[in-house]
Write a protein that binds this ligand. Structure first.
Ligand code: DLL
Length: 435
């Protein structure tokens, strides 16, 4: 089902007209109501009247996470707090959180793009959506919640955690869609297996998973284990939360709802805009937001864009599944490594479990060392030591060849790697500890 055919299948020419109108209004709003934007635009010598169409986007200055932190907590809001009906925040690894706000209209917009997202994932008004994203300052819980209500589906606001209860509710309520991070979906699958519950026999049909990077191989693993169709959903608090982009049944990239959020991809070093098809850093400009409009926000997420038509009929451009974040890219002895490359390779090897962590260290002398810890199946771990050794060699050889880099693999017992109810932590970087 396409939730809003008129908007989602709008011819591109018309869409661009709409974008141009909305961009003019957004720039004006930023200039008039947010001193930090006015300063940036003044410094760049740009007046709001210089921005006439969407093609002028490239003249606007970028906004970064630092700008948000410098104006903590409410300095980037473009309306008085009396018009803000909700705030959310996103915690980075260090320092103060990034705080974002919503007017009543923004909450409406968010519900609309989330209803589109859930429909992309297969849901309709008759579905029962078990929402295991965390409720609270994180945008996942309430974002899915409002979208599900907008659609007229039945939302089960269970939030993250208490995994046995998740399985019980899946079974007793007959939930047809599960919403959570991909890593938590696997935890639910493992727990169901331990409880003797066969997920394939339940009414569960769909899953909408996001909030952290994952691979196509991981998607297939989740689909097989849960017996569902899994859809990649993408978003970030600074832009609105979940509801920025979603994969569709064609499973070939995520449609960006560009009547509300316009994407660009730039070279993170030169800041130059890259042509469609070229990988770089994703940048967003909001077109309809009132409380927290954002101009050319540098997401640090790495992807590429496509404007090719999609089999589903939506005319929204597509971003490829996020390959990683610029700040998660490891540079090991001069070689760039994304955790997603490691995940893809691991998922392709029979006998490994989809639970792993990447450890980077510099303890032995000065060279960086990469170690991948991965859980193996109970049969392997309880079998002969010789077999396990051979398997470890095989995994090491496979990863070495994919990454073009020597590394160590440590096979660990099932359940030794920490599980996550939200965003998984895949990298342990010990280099910063001054060793
Ligand atoms: O994670 C919003 C969200 C909630 C998206 C639920 C999807 C589902 P933040 O906490 O602000 O917001 O984190 C945003 O998470 O810049 C990406 O690095 C990462 N991310 C989100 N979705 C995906 C995805 C929410 N599908 C940051 N694939 C973003 C890869 C994702 N990374």
């Amino acid at each position: 089902m396409i939730w809003n055919k008129e908007a989602e299948c709008q011819p591109r020419e018309e869409r661009e007209k709409l974008q141009s109108e909305r961009l003019r209004e957004t720039v004006r709003r930023c200039y008039e109501h947010v001193p930090a934007y006015r300063k940036k635009l003044d410094e760049a010598g740009i007046r709001p009247s210089d921005i006439r169409s969407i093609a002028d986007l490239k003249y606007l200055p970028f906004t970064t996470a630092e700008d948000l932190r410098d104006n903590y907590p409410f300095g980037m809001f473009a309306c008085p707090l009396s018009e803000v009906v909700r705030v959310h925040s996103s915690s980075g690894t260090t320092g103060k959180p990034k705080v974002v706000g919503y007017t009543r209209n923004d909450v409406e917009t968010w519900a609309e793009v989330m209803a589109r997202t859930l429909a992309c994932g297969g849901a309709g008004p008759h579905d029962i959506i078990q929402n295991a994203y965390g409720y609270g300052m994180f945008t996942g819980g309430l974002g899915i919640h409002y979208g599900a209500e907008r659609m007229g589906a039945t939302v089960v606001p269970i939030s993250g955690g208490n995994t046995k209860r998740q399985v019980m509710i899946l079974e007793d309520f007959g939930s047809t869609m599960l919403a959570c991070t991909p890593s938590y979906a696997l935890v639910i699958a493992d727990t169901a297996a331990e409880m003797g519950v066969d997920l394939h026999k339940l009414p569960l049909k769909y899953g909408v998973f996001g909030a952290e990077p994952w691979t196509d191989e991981m998607r297939r693993e989740i689909e097989a284990r849960l017996g569902i169709r899994a859809t990649d959903i993408y978003g970030l608090s600074e832009v609105i939360g979940p509801g920025v982009a979603s994969a569709c049944e064609a499973q070939n990239g995520l449609h960006i709802f560009d009547d509300h959020f316009v994407p660009e991809v730039i070279d993170p070093n030169t800041l130059e805009v890259l042509p469609p098809g070229t990988q770089g850093e994703l940048v967003f400009t909001s077109l309809t937001k009132e409380a927290f409009p954002i101009l050319r926000y540098r997401t640090r997420d790495i992807t590429r864009l496509s404007y090719e038509p999609c089999a589903c009929g939506r005319t929204h451009p597509r971003m490829q599944r996020v390959a990683g974040r610029t700040d998660d890219m490891l540079i090991i002895r001069g070689v760039n490594v994304f955790p997603s490359q490691i995940e893809s390779a691991l998922m392709g090897i029979e006998g490994t479990e989809p639970h792993y962590v990447i450890v980077v260290d510099r303890s032995q002398g000065r060279l960086d060392e990469l170690e991948v810890w991965v859980e193996v199946s109970p049969e392997l771990i309880s079998g002969e030591v010789r077999r396990l050794e051979l398997f470890e060699r095989k995994v090491t050889a496979e990863l070495t060849s994919v990454l073009g880099l020597s590394l160590k693999v440590r096979l660990v017992e099932p359940k030794t790697i920490a599980r996550s109810e939200g965003k998984a932590r895949r990298i342990i970087d010990r280099r910063e500890l001054g060793s």
